[in-house]
Design a protein around this ligand. Sequence first.
Ligand SMILES: NC(=O)c1ccc[n+]([C@@H]2O[C@H](COP(=O)([O-])OP(=O)(O)OC[C@H]3O[C@@H](n4cnc5c(N)ncnc54)[C@H](O)[C@@H]3O)[C@@H](O)[C@H]2O)c1
Length: 246
Amino acid sequence: MRRKSLRLAWFETQGFRVRKTARLDRPLQRTSDIRLQSFSVAYDYPVAFTADAFDPDNRCLIDVLTRREPDKRHRIAVFIDDGVTSAMPDLAARIANYAAVHAQHIELIDVPVAIAGGETCKNDPETVPRLLATLSKFAVDRHSFAIAVGGGAVLDAVGYAAAIFHRGVRHIRFPTTVLSQCDSGVGVKNAVNSLGLKNLLGTFAPPWAIVNDSDFIGAHFRYGQAVDLTEWMVGEGKDVSDASSP
Ligand SMILES: NC(=O)c1ccc[n+]([C@@H]2O[C@H](COP(=O)([O-])OP(=O)(O)OC[C@H]3O[C@@H](n4cnc5c(N)ncnc54)[C@H](O)[C@@H]3O)[C@@H](O)[C@H]2O)c1
């Protein structure tokens, strides 16, 4: 029996599927000699549904942060859509209070960082460099968390920066619009626009967790939709002082 080449044996010990007929000891000669290398990585991540996630009594965020390392104090950097901040002006303070109450599990690296909401952040070529600079300034590493609170656009931009920083840091999404809680928030894509093309730059990077907080949807309907309606009416040249008229 022919002795297995050392290289073939080594490839097999590493779990690679190697064509038995492939000649690893010779330069490539025929198409049938092309070796197929394959690997698969399984991901699992929680998709949580809650309300008032930053109420100190709500353990949802603590549970997802400590899922794999229950006794550790986890460093978190938080990025918030400025549209959400307009609708919920006390949100940054509530997050800081939540972190303080749960200081045993959470270290809030700095005050939450505001990100321009909507397509603005995906179109601005400075958004990703700014996010990367902030992650670097905060010394976020592969054991820290970048948390994004916002609509699909902010989740896409922060998710992209988190995916490429250190080749991927832990990322938690708090979707704040109906679309993002149904779609972008639960998916694994992230992207920014570039060279005039939508979602040109991006990755597929599963988040650490997604927290769907229904209070954001309430705020979006109360505030966001009202702004959208006003903008639409201004665009249509209508008098917004009497928005109740048909
Ligand atoms: N990654 C994916 O799988 C995926 C899937 C679908 C869509 N997307 C992306 O999502 C983006 C659209 O996302 P969207 O529809 O969530 O809207 P959006 O992110 O564009 O936000 C729309 C506006 O609502 C504001 N806003 C967000 N949450 C708010 C809240 N709770 N209260 C008040 N204002 C609020 C934002 O500041 C912004 O001005 C697009 O860029 C699209 O490409 C991504």
